[in-house]
Design a protein around this ligand. Structure first.
Ligand code: PA5
Length: 430
């Protein structure tokens, strides 16, 4: 992974960034010494380097068992109990996975991330007649969206496979002792994985919360963890600011924020990264958006959104900065064919790889947006694979902790999420 902040220098000079250097390093210290706000939720900081190989073995064995039992595995969860797995699986999967037949691995369907009646009805239509297993994930064990989905799926599985069969096909990932999900899992004898007390939902992708669904989908969780562990070393407390990617990113975005850039847009030029941006939005939105503070995290998929949001980014209110998430090399090769008639006037790109055209779009966009007053941070990975996605996950988590402390908030709580629940429960007469 690489990061470049060259294209913010027109907007914030080097000294202004260096002024934030000590603040970034202080925040890094707070994370490592566990002396900042929310310090009982820092279990993720050393997670990649401390994951026990026997825990990985248990996750993999459970994944292999469920994969052998089911055509569809329904993964139930919301927020941090959903987005990490979704992001990694989407990034690594074939773009047309759902249309493939004779797949080696089950299809993962997500549920409990909304309260869509039609969504759930159509889910049952889709799995009807197929073998099914369920992974239910809730740290608190009391979140209503996954609880509703689980009640429906549990009944479905018990009706088809009986109570004993359900035991084989349902896995719960939850708190070690508290919450309704723990009680249900213990009472029914489900296989359980524990979400560590000191790892909050949006920082939990490298626990069983993310690792089990990712392994079921057939991806190499050891490589994912190895990428994250290397990034843990790269962003460690003993790494100089100039080399510490997480500190550089946190300082750059806070410097831009200080210049009135209130919105950060994470832009990708590879559709497989759409959900990585959704995960990133949750990570930064829930961590920083509090006490009337925070950079608003938005995202776009380019070039698709250049034909929608591109106008605003180029020319609208100058409160934006852009972080481009770039993939250096595509996995497959495809060239634009030449055409004798050339009615579409496209022969100027004949023989070029699609990715070369995409890269020209990327550079062209960055230059245009910087000219238009949108500073640019550039983050790139050599290719999409487990290792580099693991690096990105840890990098964004670490930078988020640092950035939250720089902003002066507790990045590890989310008190604002309770407000809608209170009203909803009152309306439902709880
Ligand atoms: O980051 C967080 O803590 C939240 O987004 C939670 O992950 C989300 O609300 C789901 O909570 P739970 O896992 O307790 O059902």
């Amino acid at each position: 992974m690489k990061i470049s902040i060259e294209r913010i220098h027109k907007f914030v000079n080097e000294n202004e960034i260096l002024e934030l250097k000590s603040k970034a390093l202080e925040s890094l210290n707070l994370l490592h010494n566990k002396t900042g706000a929310g310090n009982d939720f820092l279990g993720w900081v050393n997670l990649p380097s401390s994951i026990n190989p026997s825990d990985i073995g248990d996750i993999q064995a459970t994944a292999d068992k469920l994969a052998g039992l089911a055509d569809f595995v329904v993964v139930i969860g919301i927020g941090g109990s959903y987005l990490g797995a979704k992001a990694v699986i989407e990034a690594l999967s074939h773009s047309f996975d759902n249309f493939q037949i004779n797949k080696k691995h089950p299809t993962i369907i997500f549920a409990g991330q909304n309260i869509g009646e039609d969504y759930l009805y159509e889910l049952f239509e889709t799995i009807k007649g197929h073998s099914v297993a369920v992974v239910v994930i809730s740290k608190s064990g009391t979140t209503i969206e996954p609880a509703i989905a689980f009640r429906l799926l549990k009944k479905h599985i018990e009706n088809i496979y009986g109570i004993d069969g359900a035991k084989e096909r349902i896995v719960a990932i939850t708190d070690k002792a508290r919450g309704a999900m723990n009680t249900i899992a213990v009472k029914n004898g489900y296989k359980m994985f524990v979400i560590p007390d000191d790892v909050g939902g949006r920082f939990s992708v490298l626990t069983p919360v993310g690792l089990l669904p990712i392994a079921i989908a057939g991806f190499d969780i050891k490589k994912l963890i190895s990428g994250a562990a290397d990034m843990e070393a790269q962003t460690n407390i003993n790494v100089d600011f100039d080399e510490n990617y997480a500190c550089i990113y946190a300082a750059a975005r806070n410097a831009l924020h200080g210049k009135g850039k209130l919105v950060e847009i994470l832009a990708n030029f590879n559709p497989k990264l759409h959900f990585l941006a959704e995960w990133w939005k949750q990570l930064y939105g829930e961590s920083e958006g509090k006490n009337g503070k925070g950079i608003f995290p938005a995202s776009v998929d380019f070039t698709t959104d250049l034909h929608s949001m591109g106008q605003y980014i180029q020319d609208g209110n100058r409160i934006l900065f852009e972080t481009v998430l770039s993939v250096e090399k595509s996995t497959h090769k495809l060239e634009v064919p030449s055409d004798e008639e050339n009615i579409d006037n496209l022969n100027f790109v004949a023989g070029k790889r699609i990715d070369e055209i995409n890269k020209s779009a990327e550079l062209g966009t960055i230059l245009a947006h910087v000219d238009g007053g949108v500073p640019n941070i550039h983050i790139s990975i050599p290719e999409i694979n487990e290792y580099h996605i693991g690096e990105l996950i840890y990098f964004f988590e670490k930078a988020c902790g640092i950035s939250g402390y720089m902003l002066g908030v507790n990045p590890f709580d989310q008190p604002g999420v309770e407000a809608y629940k209170k009203n909803m429960f009152q309306l439902l007469g709880k």
